[in-house]
Design a protein around this ligand. Structure first.
Ligand SMILES: Nc1ncnc2c1ncn2[C@@H]1O[C@H](COP(=O)(O)OP(=O)(O)O)[C@@H](O)[C@H]1O
Ligand SMILES: [Mg+2]
Length: 234
């Protein structure tokens, strides 16, 4: 189920540098927020703090109104999906085993293979389960990474420059895929990107500069809305 995310007064400091400076950001269940801003503005730090891979020095992160505490971090990480710029697939494992990698060492209450195959179908790679990553194109490898991110049915998907290693046509396909999976599986999404095409497809664009939010704008003419109105794409 899609979750509500709130960053409240989140600061993250490094020696001589403020990566995030009292950031307040609320994301509604099912909303797709795109984080933009120059390199070094704090986009990845927002994702890491939200995903429990990094801790704020000040302020808090709330998931469905409940503050994320250190003892909850392991469970929290399991309930979110993460997609990276570099696909980070394990080269010796098949596509299906890459999708299953997060749950291979754990007891789970679902049939791993069945879920992995369902997700490969959902990303359009149902026929490539036994391939090795090196046999796939970059766009296909990112699709595998997306399927892997969904293996625990996360209510929140975080994506850090998911199109950064792809050409614009393939990048566009990945964004369309993420947006449709969001509806299919019911997820909140936060996507960090430099890509204006990605930004145009979110529900809201949040711009960061020097660790602060400098604008927070709802996209009224998102591609999704245009599609429903008859398929006029900008
Ligand atoms: N582990 C770290 N140690 C020191 N500085 C860091 C570390 N991680 C990030 N930073 C700094 O924090 C700032 C924000 O980084 P980041 O969130 O990665 O920005 P973005 O993703 O927008 O490029 C940058 O100035 C970066 O150099
Ligand atoms: Mg970054």
């Amino acid at each position: 189920m899609a979750v509500n995310v709130a960053l409240r007064g989140v600061s993250r400091r490094y020696p001589g540098l403020i990566a995030l400076d009292k950031v307040d950001l609320e994301v509604a269940p099912g909303e797709a927020v795109v984080l933009t801003g120059p390199s070094g503005s704090g986009k990845s730090t927002v994702l890491h703090v939200t995903g429990g891979m990094d801790r704020p020095d000040e302020g808090s992160v709330e998931i469905d109104g409940k503050e994320l505490l250190p003892r909850d971090l392991d469970g929290h990480r399991r309930r979110i999906g993460f997609v990276f710029q570099r696909f980070h697939l394990l080269p010796a494992l098949t596509v299906l085993d890459n999708v299953l990698a997060p749950v291979l060492p754990r007891r789970v209450d679902f049939d791993r293979r069945e879920r992995g195959m369902e997700l490969l179908e959902a990303v359009g790679l149902g026929g490539r389960a036994d391939a090795l990553p090196a046999e796939l194109s970059g766009g296909q490898q990112q699709r595998v990474a997306v399927a892997r991110a969904l293996i625990n049915r996360p209510g929140l998907l975080l994506a850090d420059e998911p199109t950064g290693n792809l050409d614009s046509v393939i990048g566009r396909e990945i964004i369309d895929l993420l947006m449709s999976l969001r509806e299919q599986y019911g997820m909140t999404m936060i996507i960090a990107t430099h890509d204006p095409e990605v930004a145009a497809n979110g529900d809201r664009v949040v711009r960061l500069q020097d660790g602060r939010i400098t604008s927070n704008q709802r996209i009224t003419a998102s591609a999704d809305v245009l599609d429903r109105l008859g398929g006029l794409r900008p």
